[in-house]
Write a protein that binds this ligand. Structure first.
Ligand SMILES: O=P(O)(O)OC[C@H]1O[C@](O)(COP(=O)(O)O)[C@@H](O)[C@@H]1O
Ligand SMILES: [Mg+2]
Ligand SMILES: [Mg+2]
Length: 336
């Protein structure tokens, strides 16, 4: 391959299928389907404001959140695309109360993967033209192939993920994902409708100067978190750091992975265990972070080692450059 010709996502998937231990092609088909659904959602996101896709859909999801029209649209498109192609045996989504079991029409071929998705991440930013995303996490089922999936297939610790990724619908549209062999980013050429490998082997810088947290909740944070935020703001050495908070996990994470930084959504005396969902927000971002030389913790615990107990459970989430998360851990330890 000539060095200046960028590889397409399709070519990359085929080429890397060989390096995947169980290369039955099913995972490649699955990532291809996610690519397709991402393009459909991207098309709608880009028209927000021109078509009736802004505002609330009039329903609330199981988290008690008002579903945005784009939440519902993205949820439908990802579920439809994955179901129509019969490449998964189960789907769980932020916008669905419970998991969906999918039986293949071909009795001789039953699928082995389940997918967990946050179809539209950063919903509060849809109406104001700020970048949003989609997050996905893929596991091999643990129950026998050919039987209906059960909750067990979804409540697996993050360290069992086979693949994880996100789509960011921003100044450009990108898919960033890992299958456990590093993290690669692909940018959509909207004219051709093709994703190209624009960010090979992405890595979190060891440290950085950006901290991302909703400081509006500061008074409710654990003392260790408060101390770390104060530390970031002090005039000393390479500090103060810069505060950047978009309010879309995918976009804040993406920026910090490129520039170096730390994202925090702590638990608080009002929100209890924080806001972010373990299974389709924290686990996939933690897998990507670790594959890109970063760290993701829930406080004392590595996110990927948490044993899930509920489909929509929330956990505190701290993620980013190694030295910055390490420093935060020092402050947290003081109060443990
Ligand atoms: O407005 P807050 O409380 O800071 O929360 C922002 C966080 O909530 C989220 O929007 C939650 O995700 P959803 O939009 O998928 O529900 C994250 O993307 C973001 O980081
Ligand atoms: Mg989200
Ligand atoms: Mg969402």
């Amino acid at each position: 391959m000539t060095t200046n010709r960028k590889q397409t996502l399709g070519e990359f998937i085929i080429e890397n299928q060989k390096s995947f231990q169980y290369s039955s092609g099913e995972l490649s088909k699955l990532i291809n389907a996610i690519r397709l659904a991402a393009k459909v959602v991207n098309h709608e996101v880009n028209k927000a404001g021109l078509v009736d896709i802004i505002g609330t859909a009039g329903e609330t999801n199981i988290q008690g959140e008002n579903q945005q029209k784009l939440d519902v649209f993205a949820n439908e498109k990802f579920i439809q695309t994955l179901t129509n192609r019969e490449i998964v045996c189960g789907i769980a989504s932020e916008e669905e109360d419970s998991f969906i079991s999918i039986n293949s029409s071909d009795e001789n071929h039953q699928n082995k993967y389940v997918v967990l998705i946050d179809p539209l991440d950063g919903s509060s930013n849809i109406d104001v033209n700020v970048s949003v995303g989609t997050i996905f996490s893929i596991y091999r089922r643990v129950t026998p192939v050919g039987t209906p999936v059960t909750i067990e297939d979804f409540l697996q610790p993050g360290n069992q993920q086979v693949a994880a990724g996100y789509v960011v619908y921003g100044t450009s549209t990108m898919i960033v994902y890992t299958t456990g062999d590093g993290v690669n980013g692909f940018t959509l050429n909207p004219a051709l409708g093709t994703f190209y490998l624009s960010h090979p082997k992405m890595q979190f810088p060891e440290t950085g100067k950006i901290y991302s947290v909703n400081e509006g909740n500061y008074v409710h944070f654990h003392q260790g978190v408060k101390d770390y935020i104060k530390y970031c703001q002090m005039e000393e050495g390479d500090r103060p750091y810069t505060s950047r908070y978009i309010g879309s996990l995918v976009s804040d994470f993406h920026r910090n992975m490129i520039k170096g930084g730390i994202y925090m959504y702590p638990k608080s005396s009002v929100t209890g265990n924080g806001k972010l969902r373990l299974l389709y927000e924290c686990n996939p971002m933690a897998f990507i972070a670790e594959q890109a030389n970063g760290i993701a913790i829930g406080g004392k615990t590595r996110i990927l080692d948490i044993q899930p107990t509920e489909l929509h459970q929330r956990v505190p989430f701290f993620c980013g450059s190694k030295q910055m998360v390490g420093k935060l851990q020092e402050f947290l330890k003081k109060y443990q």
